[in-house]
Design a protein around this ligand. Structure first.
Ligand code: PHE
Length: 381
């Protein structure tokens, strides 16, 4: 019997056994409230919608199998509209008004950096599924992530550029208003240079920019073999289009911020033969991935889950496991259980939380071929 039904059934029997007592309305167990903040609309809506779907799927799955500690999970989702400044306000609301037991979010590092100090000061665990900037978990002992960090991702793409693409001279095109972009560029440069390559020049832009002709003209004049664009999908796609218009022919490549269907929708043919690193590939034949892809597709109109969806799903499952281990929703005890997470088998691989509250995991490199993402290789830490 379903555990909740059993609970309700026993309550009804107990009430009926009391002579003369009105059969009391059976009390359902209190839900465990989990807060989620995400960019459901606005510039990075693809990130928020995807991570939200993965998160929701995990919550629903847990609830159909009895919830956690015999209680259902209740997901409270707030949209920050991809806007700077919103995430802190939302975090305050979810924590102080709704008293969620944990915060899930964000995908973009800049927005995780806004909310983390609030979760830390109120001592409620926050788990970012996909923010890779190193500083996010440095905000304090209550801040966790279930993905790799950018010092690793920068190294992955530097090695790929140097060893696989055999590039000697590259340009960087960095978004100065995104902490993710600035730091990923830095880590890429360190390894690429250490491997004997040269970063000939670094050009800059800001989130929301649409015209990159000036930067690309300077890059063309400098003469490089390829361009590293550590940004998000909207700008990356526009940059690729404009680079091809200027007849810059060398490979363009980036990091996980490129992963969204919009990359190809906006960039079209210009995206062919570009590369980026990310967390997971839906083409992976591992049973855990196959099962997840199948469940996700049947829940969400045949959509194939991407990295954010997979990480969103894993973040919920890791939180649920921590609450179970803690045996309580007490924030301090859940925090300790999260910190002790070891060899958690998820959709995005095996997660062990290290002493800096980060996860050490493999990266994958994807390319765009015939208008689709294609798996190239897996790179272990
Ligand atoms: N890693 C990016 C950041 O920290 C966000 C991201 C994760 C984007 C996964 C796409 C896929 O800002």
């Amino acid at each position: 019997m379903h555990p909740f039904l059993r609970f309700l059934g026993l309550a009804a029997l107990a009430a009926a056994a009391l002579p003369g007592a009105e059969p009391a309305a059976p009390a359902a167990p209190d839900p465990i409230k989990v807060g989620e903040f995400a960019s459901l609309t606005g510039k990075e809506a693809a990130f928020g919608q995807s991570s939200h779907k993965g998160t929701l799927l995990a919550i629903e799955e847990l609830n159909t199998t009895g919830g956690v500690l015999g209680r259902p999970l209740e997901l409270l989702t707030e949209d920050n509209q991809s806007k700077p400044g919103e995430s802190a306000t939302i975090a305050k609301k979810l924590l102080s008004r709704d008293h969620v037991v944990a915060l899930l979010g964000e995908v973009a590092s800049g927005r995780s950096l806004e909310a983390a100090p609030i979760a830390q000061s109120l001592k409620v665990p926050m788990i970012t599924p996909a923010s890779t900037n190193k500083r996010v978990t440095e905000m304090g002992s209550y801040i966790f992530r279930v993905c790799f960090i950018d010092p690793f991702q920068g190294t992955v793409m530097a090695k790929f550029a140097r060893h696989t693409l055999k590039l000697q001279k590259v340009a960087l095109l960095t978004s100065v208003s995104s902490p993710y972009s600035v730091d990923l560029a830095k880590y890429f440069r360190e390894t690429f240079t250490a491997l004997g390559g040269t970063v000939v020049l670094e050009q800059k832009y800001s989130e929301g920019d649409k015209d990159f002709k000036a930067q690309l003209t300077a890059i063309k004049a400098a003469g490089v073999d390829g361009i590293f664009v550590p940004g998000y999908y909207t700008e990356a796609a526009l940059i690729a289009k404009q680079a091809r218009e200027l007849e810059l022919t060398g490979p363009l490549f980036g990091g996980d911020g490129w992963e969204a269907p919009q990359l190809i929708e906006i960039g079209g043919k210009a995206m062919e033969g570009t590369y980026f690193s990310t967390h997971y590939s839906a083409e992976n034949a591992a049973p855990a991935v196959k099962g997840f892809v199948k469940k996700f597709r049947s829940r969400f109109a045949n959509e194939t889950p991407d990295a954010m969806a997979a990480l969103g799903y894993d973040s919920v499952m890791i939180l649920a496991a921590a609450i179970r281990h803690a045996g309580t929703t007490d924030a301090g005890k859940v925090r300790a259980a999260l910190a002790a997470t070891k060899d958690f088998d998820g959709v995005t691989g095996r997660t062990t939380i290290d002493s800096h509250r980060n996860a050490t995991k493999s990266a994958v490199v994807l390319t765009v071929q015939d208008g689709h993402f294609k798996f190239i290789e897996t790179i272990a830490p």
